[in-house]
Design a protein around this ligand. Structure first.
Ligand SMILES: Cc1cc2nc3c(=O)[nH]c(=O)nc-3n(C[C@H](O)[C@H](O)[C@H](O)COP(=O)(O)OP(=O)(O)OC[C@H]3O[C@@H](n4cnc5c(N)ncnc54)[C@H](O)[C@@H]3O)c2cc1C
Length: 512
């Protein structure tokens, strides 16, 4: 039991204030933290202690650089505190419930009266998050040689950053201040009140009726988790269907799963308004020619991210800002050559692993005159619905827009033994090859653990291995990843032209 009784600063969102959140705060924003005396000058001053900032700071310090890291709120940023970590803990609990619910299909009788204990689910998440937070803790970073400053950072001169009354002089600086939830301008939303990723993980009671705005990755993941916990979920989306950026066949499979979980989808939604009457919030929306007026207990906004650029005084140091964040070139250098940026603050790919790999690029380029390019990264992603949907490289529509001729191979999981035995046949692997070659240009996987299957294809793309090479790689039987090898076989069969077939035929007849 960690002995921290003092509450952290008001900006710190770690509610409820219990044992696990005390442990979290002790690691990521201890109230008794004393900022160190600044060094004369730093090789690198990093503003923002999320994934991008942490990886930059620890990587640079490990190479011998003198590094200061500035964090105004919680070390670990979104990923640890209000993003990947808490959401995946909830999703795991929701899967556990789905397995109990569907147990009969497997000949298993679940104990009568099995149900989700929502407060216990949330406590598990808080306990696990607090445990993981030791990796990102101020104490660990101090031990690794990083000068950690808690407070709001801002540029105060051509080579200085100001934090909590201290001036940090730098040779190079890195902006890694990330992004935050930004609610869309929906009439009545602000007045009625709503949850975002910054507050939803502080819930202690399950909302009986939950409106979720936005059927992108965050909206779909949390909508499904809450539906499985027992909320009646209304998922409102302006476009058609869900996960509008994903492959349509793939998204359709996930949609069927969400509908089975009892989610009501209101897509092609227009004229969305929110109001509050006698304690109830109401969502009114037009969807597919019908008008809906739905009372809900809570509204979760799952769309819209705004870059954290305010208060940094970027103008004063000549760092240009665009709508999407800090403007960078391919080497992640801002319009001030001494200042770099990494992660959600500058990247269109807002993922933890992108922040991590951009940070590595920044270390090379800022400290060692490196020439590493962000555009050279092959970036996969995964949405952790059940089934998951994971993707890397081009979609069919990208190939079309760029005039690239592709040949697409699809393996449905219904024909893969392990998926049949697992009762997880709703899924597919789709691979796009450059026409006439086995070069992989893009791939989508829908499977219960699609995120674990995709790296084989990402590896192949990153290192120039063709689908033919995957065909000659032995996969253990039975695994769902065999679906990928089967695509390799399918590709190899296309190489068996009538002429080659004829030659084989004649040779075999002759040697009979
Ligand atoms: C609900 C949700 C689920 C997600 N799930 C996944 C997932 O499963 N997988 C995945 O890859 N990605 C996921 N993401 C995205 C992922 O969390 C982000 O891409 C990642 O956290 C970006 O890291 P970052 O370091 O760029 O920014 P952040 O994590 O936002 O860190 C920026 C830090 O800078 C600090 N800061 C800002 N301004 C200042 C200032 N002026 N002075 C000092 N400090 C400052 C902030 O307090 C913050 O700690 C999810 C996001 C959300 C919201």
């Amino acid at each position: 039991m960690v002995q921290v009784t003092e509450r952290p600063p008001a900006s710190v969102v770690v509610q409820p204030w219990n044992e696990h959140n005390q442990a979290l705060a002790h690691n990521v924003h201890p109230s008794d933290w004393v900022n160190p005396a600044p060094a004369d000058r730093y090789n690198l001053v990093v503003i923002g202690g999320g994934t991008a900032g942490l990886v930059t700071a620890v990587g640079a310090a490990g190479l011998g650089a003198k590094v200061a890291l500035v964090e105004r709120d919680l070390m670990g940023g979104d990923c640890l505190n209000t993003g990947c970590v808490p959401s995946k803990a909830l999703i795991r609990a929701a899967r556990a419930w789905a397995d109990v619910r569907d147990a009969e299909e497997y000949g298993v009788e679940a104990p009568p009266g099995s149900k989700v204990n929502f407060p216990a689910v949330m406590e598990r998440m808080r306990r696990l998050r607090a445990g993981i937070s030791t990796n990102d803790s101020v104490w660990r970073f101090r031990e690794l040689g990083v000068d950690v400053f808690l407070g709001e950072g801002r540029f105060s001169g051509s080579d200085t950053v100001e934090v909590a009354g201290k001036t940090l002089r730098y040779k190079k600086a890195v902006i890694a201040t990330g992004a935050r939830a930004a609610a869309p301008p929906i009439p009545g939303l602000a007045e009625a009140g709503y949850l975002t990723n910054e507050t939803v993980f502080s819930l202690t009671e399950l909302p009986r009726r939950l409106g979720v705005i936005g059927a992108g990755p965050i909206g779909c993941e949390l909508a499904q988790a809450f539906a499985r916990f027992g909320s009646q979920v209304y998922l409102v989306e302006a476009l058609h269907g869900i996960l509008p950026n994903e492959d349509r066949d793939a998204a359709q499979i996930v949609l069927q799963s969400l509908l089975r979980d009892g989610i009501m989808l209101l897509c092609c939604g227009s004229d969305l308004k929110v109001s509050k009457e006698e304690g109830d919030k109401r969502l009114t929306v037009d969807s597919h020619g019908q008008h809906y007026d739905i009372p809900v207990d809570e509204i979760l906004v799952g769309v819209g991210r705004r870059p954290n650029v305010e208060g940094l005084d970027l103008d004063a140091v000549g760092v240009a800002v665009e709508k999407t964040g800090v403007k960078v070139n391919d080497r992640l250098q801002t319009t001030n050559p001494r200042i770099y940026a990494a992660g959600d603050i500058c990247s269109p790919y807002k993922f933890t692993h992108t922040a991590d790999f951009q940070a590595r690029i920044v270390i090379q380029n800022a400290l060692f005159f490196g020439r590493a390019k962000a555009s050279a990264l092959t970036i996969p992603w995964c949405t952790y619905t059940d089934p998951e949907i994971a993707h890397v490289g081009l979609y069919e529509r990208d190939a079309k827009t760029r005039g690239i001729r592709i040949k697409t191979f699809v393996q449905e999981l219904k024909d893969v033994d392990r998926a049949i035995l697992d009762g997880e046949t709703e899924g597919l692997v789709k691979v796009h090859l450059q026409e006439g070659t086995d070069k992989i240009l893009g791939a989508t996987v829908v499977a219960r653990h699609a995120g674990e299957m995709l790296p084989e294809l990402t590896l192949a793309m990153t290192h120039g291995l063709g689908l033919g090479k995957i065909a000659s790689t032995i996969h253990p039987y039975p695994t769902q990843a065999e679906a990928i090898r089967k695509l390799g076989d399918a590709y190899n069969r296309t190489r068996l032209t009538p002429f080659v077939k004829g030659l084989f035929h004649r040779w075999l007849a002759w040697t009979r």
